[in-house]
Design a protein around this ligand. Sequence first.
Ligand code: ADP
Ligand code: MG
Length: 614
Amino acid sequence: MDRKERHRHEQKNSSDSDDNYVPYVPVKQRKLQKLQKLGRVIQIQDENRKLPGSSENSGNEEDWDPLAPLAKSRPDVSLLDQHNDLIKLAEAQQESKLEKQLKEEEEILASVARERALMGVAELAKGIQYEHPIKTGWHPPHWVLEKGKSYHQRTRRKMMILVEGEELPPPLTRFIDMKFPPTIIRALRKRDIIIPTPIQAQGLPTVLSGRDMIGIAFTGSGKTLVFALPIIMFCLEQEVKMPFIRDEGPYGLIICPSRELAKQTHEVIQYFCTELLESGFPELRVCLAIGGEPVTNAMSVIHRGVHIAVATPGRLMDLLDKKKMHLDTCRYLCMDEADRMIDLGFEEDVRTIFSFFKGQRQTLLFSATMPKKIQNFARSALVKPITVNVGRAGAASMEVIQEVEYVKQEARMVYLLSCLQKTPPPVLIFAEKKQDVDAIHEYLLLKGVEAVAIHGGKDQEERTRGVKAFKNHEKDVLVATDVASKGLDFPDIKHVINYDMPEDIENYVHRIGRTGRSGKTGVATTFINKTCQESVLLDLKHLLLEAKQKVPPFLDALQSESEKYLDLGDERGCSFCGGLGHRITDCPKLEAMQHKQASNIGRKDYLAFGTSDY
Ligand code: ADP
Ligand code: MG
């Protein structure tokens, strides 16, 4: 029976009795059904055709209406069977919808990732592609290798380490197995670092054996040492073989997204170098190249021959451009908080920096959040990389108790004061805007709270002084913009207060990650209200669910259309930004980026991202 005929037939019937009424299917839905016809639904359709009572429907496939056979009266099929058929059909429809969603997502991700590879122009131009990882003189101990791969895998499972890549080095559960000299072991012990954390157990052997690596582990899990210790060992090896001469180096380069983080990383490396020097090892020189500090500081180290440079992208580009520093002998590149760096609009800078390298380097990327998009994009710059992942990429530290409170926009300042009473100091307060930071700072000072503030609008000296006073416990409260949210390791922060919800959920993860570090617990309080974007609130809701935290009723009440797709495939949440509350198909960040790109067409000024803060 073709459609017309059926229609007539139905019309006739419906006038007789309502039982035979076939519901109207809107055009949009009919189109969808047509599309789905090629997928799973057709299998069910075939099954249905075989069902007694549905045989008359086996006419023209084009006109097939999936609900029609079941909506018709089938006197010889029990109601229960009809009901089951309906459920089956609905499931099939749902499944093919999911497939469609997955396919669409894959396409979006591919189109975003394909854009441009993270490669230096010289390499691109010459078509150079390195095939093999750099060889180093380091090998895992024999007795560990002899235990076999399944033993290594068991160790990884115990430590919740996920690895991807070829020829994986084994995880090592003691620093002495990594063959560090006794001085380093002693220096670690002095800082109460006795047992490697999971990212260190797998990451250090990976980096020491010369492999490229993407390291993802939650905030405060000790990522710094994973890239700091190996470069110190490599430089020591070089220096012993042939001392660095004037204007030589650096051999290793570490890039950080903020000046404060660069300073902190520099201090950590300097600490180990000093310890080595005091034990009779040769001197290793580490230079700090960051904006806001006189260039002469860095230059004086560079002139003597520099082993390791720690830098922010802006100052580094400046030094390279003016030929004050070169990367001819640089063989080791690490980007800390790599995804944040790309996110802040440093992508083009990073590409330029890559083009200054001559020859192959070992490349390392670290962060607590690393959306798939960044991983794909970065892979083009890596040679046979190993991804080491401890906990889901983007997960907040489980040591942080996350509290979310509804506070009206205008009531926040007053509430802040009572919120400060929750824990003893030190407390960190984050706000998105510089003006808010200043206003909070002023208000707290007025109320007699020992507070300091830092943001991109303050000069470097003031920023440094503020961070130092807070680190030394001279001040109880630090008020800051997101400059202080990435990578900074303040000791024993008890409480992080988010005066506002950051626009990106990753920034939220990094902010609250300033507390609950190296095994201690901390509290994070976040103020939200009607002004917050719904998409970021949904991400927050799912992050809280994932971290097994209490979800307040107003967040719980938030529902989105795409929520039902959230657990699709192997990627949870959004593969573009890593948010858990939506899929890439409704990612507000992707949309914003595309919008920005569209409005930037024809404009060369890519620095319109407001990077001045960093
Ligand atoms: P991340 O970069 O992962 O956020 P950091 O490298 O800044 O974390 O380390 C956070 C803190 O943990 C530092 O104070 C560091 O000294 C400490 N730490 C690092 N490794 C260990 C370890 N194996 N055991 C105990 N504490 C550690
Ligand atoms: Mg770090």
